[in-house]
Write a protein that binds this ligand. Structure first.
Ligand code: SF4
Ligand code: SF4
Length: 95
């Protein structure tokens, strides 16, 4: 199941999506995120699942556009650290 964290407003849609079927809870994205946006914990969509998964920390979910902004320069954008770190390709961003 895909877990979407974020919101949309008048300027666009700002979601980080984590494919919980691909995520193995390795924590590499957490390690490489320079702004402490991510965490590994219980699968909120499936609390009985034994494997932990990556999630966006609660405090960033309503301001994710701003939390991730330093990783997303308008020009010269490079691959996002969280996306680059995820070997199973479980993370994607909507913007
Ligand atoms: S884009 Fe940057 S700040 Fe946002 S989750 Fe990924 S690594 Fe962290
Ligand atoms: S790097 Fe990928 S597989 Fe590992 S915890 Fe993060 S989202 Fe899950």
């Amino acid at each position: 199941m895909i877990a979407n964290y974020g919101y949309k407003d008048g300027s666009g849609e700002y979601f980080i999506s984590i494919d919980n079927d691909k995520c193995d809870g390795c924590g590499d994205c957490v390690k490489f995120c320079p702004y402490n946006v991510l965490e590994v914990g219980e699968d909120e969509n499936d609390p009985f699942r034994e494997v932990f998964v990556a999630r966006v920390r609660e405090e960033h979910r309503k301001k994710i556009k701003y939390s991730c902004a330093p990783c997303k320069p308008v020009r010269g954008r490079v691959e996002l650290p969280c996306v680059a770190a995820c070997k199973p390709l479980a993370i994607s961003h909507s913007w």
